[in-house]
Structures are given as structure tokens and as C-alpha cells.
Design a protein around this ligand. Structure first.
Ligand code: DNO
Length: 358
């Protein structure tokens, strides 16, 4: 397990590379050019800036999260080919600075969705929260207004300029069924996986978060069966999954330990975090500790150890603790605590093996 830590870049993150370097066992950053619109080719000079910064702290930059997929690709429009060409060129450039894994997602319109960013937990810390009824009862128009007017309702990645495009985008998606989305994903993968193979890069799709359709938009990567299907679309080790325990874990039917075993060799990147799921379908993010949430984090880490996992892992969202001012879900303190929990489980497995051999 190679431990990495997400970093949003200078001036865009409250956490510094110096701090990241001091977290035990962290060897690299998970990064992206966050100011690049989806579909554009990433410029080499900007890529090299990240490389220089990471090198200065002895951190590698082998994991990119995310190179975002243009909506025209997801919609299957004729204009997709030009965007796919740009995607391939970006893959080629990233390979030249040593990138080995690229995370992306295929969620129409929205990335992750929450209804509150700073919901208070019993201990006084705050965390990201999803209120199912609120999202279920909303139409896209109402959503636009809420995003524009309500501070406590935020879709990360949704800048005001993009919000204006929401209505036409929803119109376009009316014609796109889940099966269409699968076909469009297959088309995309058939194009980019050979490029990824040539450059030694593993593509790692991120599951839908939450793992069910929202606002009438199809969402297709949300269960064991759907990941199985994804991996068969193009049967190559470079067509992999970012196994996100928190996204998949918001549906308690998802057996993530079983997925770690079944998808061995096709998980270049593990996102590890816990959520507490309530009976009404709401969920809140908790500390990484198994007993704090609904997801068996210790069991998942054990499963990675048992399957000889050599991919990248990062603690995913953490709570906001000790009054840390930080990006929602991406503070230093709780994610660093999370890493120590993950290492604790991992190292205890190693100790067990040594004892068995003795
Ligand atoms: C949230 C992240 C997601 C993820 C994208 C991958 O914090 O896990 O936004 O980066 O879905 O494309």
C-alpha cells in the first residue's frame, strides 16, 4: 500500500507540502490542475510547476485526481472526439513526469453531492452530510437557486458560470438512458485505454457519490455488479477502479471487503473513509475508525493486506476538528489521524505474518 495525500495546490489549499511530508508513511501527493476546464489539454508548463514543488519535498506525483471528462463525451455527442483527443494528449504529458494512475469519474453533471458541508457531530466536530429527502424532493431548477442563494448547499466544482449551463445540460441528458451512458463510457475507454497502456498509466474510475441516481440523471458506477461490468468493457489492467469506501459505503448493501477481494489487480487507487448511514438514507462522514461509522474500515484494510495490495491509498474526507480552518472534507488533522489508523491496521497484519513465520 503506497500512501498518498490529496493536495489542491499553492494558494488553493490550507495544508502545505511541508505538513504532508511529516505525516508518517506518506510518499506522494494526489494532485490536479484544478483550474483547467474539462476537455482541455493540460499545458506542460503548469504540469512541471507541480513537479518542481513536489520534488522540493521529496514527494512523488504519481497519482492525478482528476482529469475530468467533458460532458459531450458522457452525452455521446459528435464533438466528443476532439475532447477525447485532448484527453489522450494529457495522458501522454502526464506520463512524462512519472504519473502512474489517473482518477476520473463518469457522473453526469455533478461530481459528489452533499446537502451540508459543516454538520455538527456529537463531539462538536463537523463533517459533510447528505440529507436524502432534501435531494430526492428537489428539481434541477430549485437546485440552481439553492446553489446560488444558500451557503449551506454546495456542489463542489460548481462555479457560478457553470450553473448557467445547468438547464440546457439537463435537457440534453433527458435523451440519455443508463444504457446510453454505459455505451458512451465504453466508447471513451476503447479510445483512451490503448494510450494509457502505451504510457504505463492505469485509469481508475471513481464510483458515483452518492451511489444512486440523483435529480433524474443516470449514474452507473455504484455497486459490485456495475464495477464488474466496467472492468469487462475493456479487459485491461489499465482499466481500473478507484475503490472509494465512503462513496460505495453510503449504500450498506455494498460489501466493500468482498470487492477488494474480487477486483484484486484492478484497483490502482484506494480511497479509504468511513460514513455513518441512517435508516432514512441520510449519511454523515465520520472519523476513519470502524466503530464510528457503518463501513468496516479495519476489515477493508485487512482485505487489502490479504490480497497483497501494492496500489496507492489515500485517506479520503475527514471531519473538521480542533478548529482547523480548511476546505470541506480536506483538513490536515483528521486525515492525518485517519492515515495512522490505516497504518495501525496494516502494520498489525504484518506483525501477525512475522509471528506466523517464526
Ligand atoms: C471528493 C472526491 C471526488 C473525486 C472525483 C473523481 O472528494 O472523492 O470529487 O475526486 O469524483 O473524479
Amino acid at each position: 500500500m503506497k500512501m498518498v495525500f490529496r493536495w489542491y495546490g499553492t494558494g488553493n489549499d490550507t495544508v502545505t507540502l511541508k505538513q504532508i511530508k511529516q505525516i508518517p508513511g506518506v510518499e506522494g501527493i494526489v494532485w490536479a490542475l484544478h483550474d483547467m476546464p474539462a476537455g482541455e489539454e493540460w499545458p506542460m508548463d503548469k504540469i512541471l510547476t507541480y513537479k518542481e514543488q513536489a520534488d522540493a519535498y521529496g514527494l512523488h506525483l504519481e497519482v492525478v485526481e482528476s482529469v475530468n471528462v467533458h460532458e459531450d463525451i458522457k452525452l455521446g455527442l459528435p464533438s466528443r472526439d476532439a475532447y477525447i483527443d485532448n484527453y489522450k494528449k494529457t495522458i501522454e504529458k502526464l506520463a512524462t513526469v512519472g504519473v502512474k494512475t489517473i482518477c476520473y469519474n463518469f457522473m453526469p453533471v455533478f461530481d459528489w453531492v452533499r446537502t451540508e458541508l459543516f454538520k455538527e457531530l456529537e463531539d462538536g466536530s463537523t463533517a459533510l452530510f447528505y440529507e436524502k429527502a432534501k435531494v430526492d424532493s428537489m428539481d434541477p431548477g430549485e437546485l440552481v437557486n439553492r446553489i446560488a442563494n444558500e451557503l449551506d448547499f454546495t456542489m463542489p466544482g460548481w462555479e457560478p458560470e457553470r450553473l448557467k449551463l445547468l438547464a440546457p445540460l439537463f435537457e440534453q441528458y433527458k435523451q440519455v438512458s443508463a444504457e446510453d451512458l454505459w455505451r458512451n463510457l465504453q466508447y471513451f475507454l476503447e479510445q483512451i485505454i490503448p494510450t494509457a497502456e502505451r504510457h504505463g498509466i492505469q485509469m481508475a474510475i471513481h464510483p458515483d457519490d452518492p451511489p444512486w441516481p440523483i435529480f433524474g440523471l443516470p449514474r452507473i458506477i455504484n455497486s459490485r455488479e456495475s464495477i464488474r461490468r466496467l472492468l469487462q468493457l475493456v479487459d485491461s489492467p489499465c482499466n481500473g477502479v478507484t475503490l472509494c469506501s465512503g462513496s460505495l459505503g453510503a449504500n450498506p448493501d455494498n460489501d466493500i471487503v468482498a470487492m477488494v477481494h474480487e477486483f484484486k489487480g484492478r484497483i490502482p487507487f484506494a480511497h479509504i473513509r468511513n460514513v455513518r448511514v441512517y435508516d432514512n438514507g441520510d449519511f454523515i462522514e465520520t472519523s476513519h475508525r470502524t466503530s464510528d461509522g457503518t463501513v468496516d474500515i479495519a476489515g477493508i484494510v485487512r482485505a487489502y493486506h490479504e490480497t497483497g495490495f501494492t496500489g496507492y491509498a489515500r485517506p479520503d474526507h475527514g471531519r473538521h476538528i480542533w478548529d482547523e480552518p480548511c476546505r470541506p472534507g480536506y483538513g490536515l488533522y483528521d486525515r492525518a489521524l485517519g492515515i495512522m489508523y490505516l497504518w495501525g491496521v496494516w502494520d498489525s497484519m504484518r506483525a501477525g505474518e512475522v509471528a506466523k513465520r517464526a
